[in-house]
Design a protein around this ligand. Sequence first.
Ligand code: AVI
Length: 312
Amino acid sequence: MLKTLDPQTQAFRDDVIKGLSSPTPAIPARWLYDHRGSELFDDITRLPTYYPTRTETAIFHDIMPEVAARVPKGAVVVEFGAGSATKTPILLEAIAPAAYVPVDISGDYLEKSAADLQQRFPSIDVIPVTADFARPFTLPGGIDHLPKLGFFPGSTIGNFVPWSATDLLRQFRALLGPGSQLLIGMDRAKPVDRLLAAYDDPEGVTAAFNLNLLERINRELDGDIPVDAFRHQARWNDILSRIEMHLVATRDVEFGIAGHSFSFAAGKSIHTENSHKYGPRGGRVLLLAGGWTPHAEWTDGDGDFAEVLAVA
Ligand code: AVI
């Protein structure tokens, strides 16, 4: 019997069926983040080999006085993503904006993090918006006249292929308006062994995060994928300057998902995520192509991660 699926599950099913039917199988990375996937990603951010979160947080502590000096008083901070419990408070504390607007597709997670921040910062008007920030949406009323600071930390921009990243940056510009600013985190290219260790940790947390996608398909789409027939693999793609996550079949397998049959020969992979790494010039060119002019840039002492402030 055909089950009626909610729109989100329908979109998941369509992406999975289309993605696995391609000669180069791939599933969009956004489906990695169900409840379990988000928990596992949280664990990743604390791994010794996963340097980005730690490094960006340390940069924030150093640069906030300078950022605050460049952001007009009474601004509105619009964060693309629900807001990390460690990074967002550093920014809010430093610039004391009039309002903080976190935008995230996961309503539950958003409400919870917004409520926590509202309690911690009673003088800031916290206005959560449930929306997919990668698609056009509108800002809440009553803040049109205030200066805006977009906030996009974590190097999430790296999870978009450059042409989509450019579209996304242009959309941020259209939303926030000319004269607004954007504070964005970008992970830098670095020796391949460090990158591979960050995305294939010895503890196996990133592997569990990646394999959870197959478990999610089985859970939500009535799949019967033998998860133990796939292994996590992180690859460095030098031409495209990105880490790719794949799930590689370790033996010949056949499985079904929502009435569709698939067969994978041993060695065939499902591409599940890209994480682009930018050099200083490449990062600035990307921002310029997206309609943002960089006017300040900071890195940690080793040049592992960069924080850029740009103006629309
Ligand atoms: C969310 N994003 C910035 C992470 C990254 O580093 O690209 C996602 C991630 N995937 C595996 N580890 C971390």
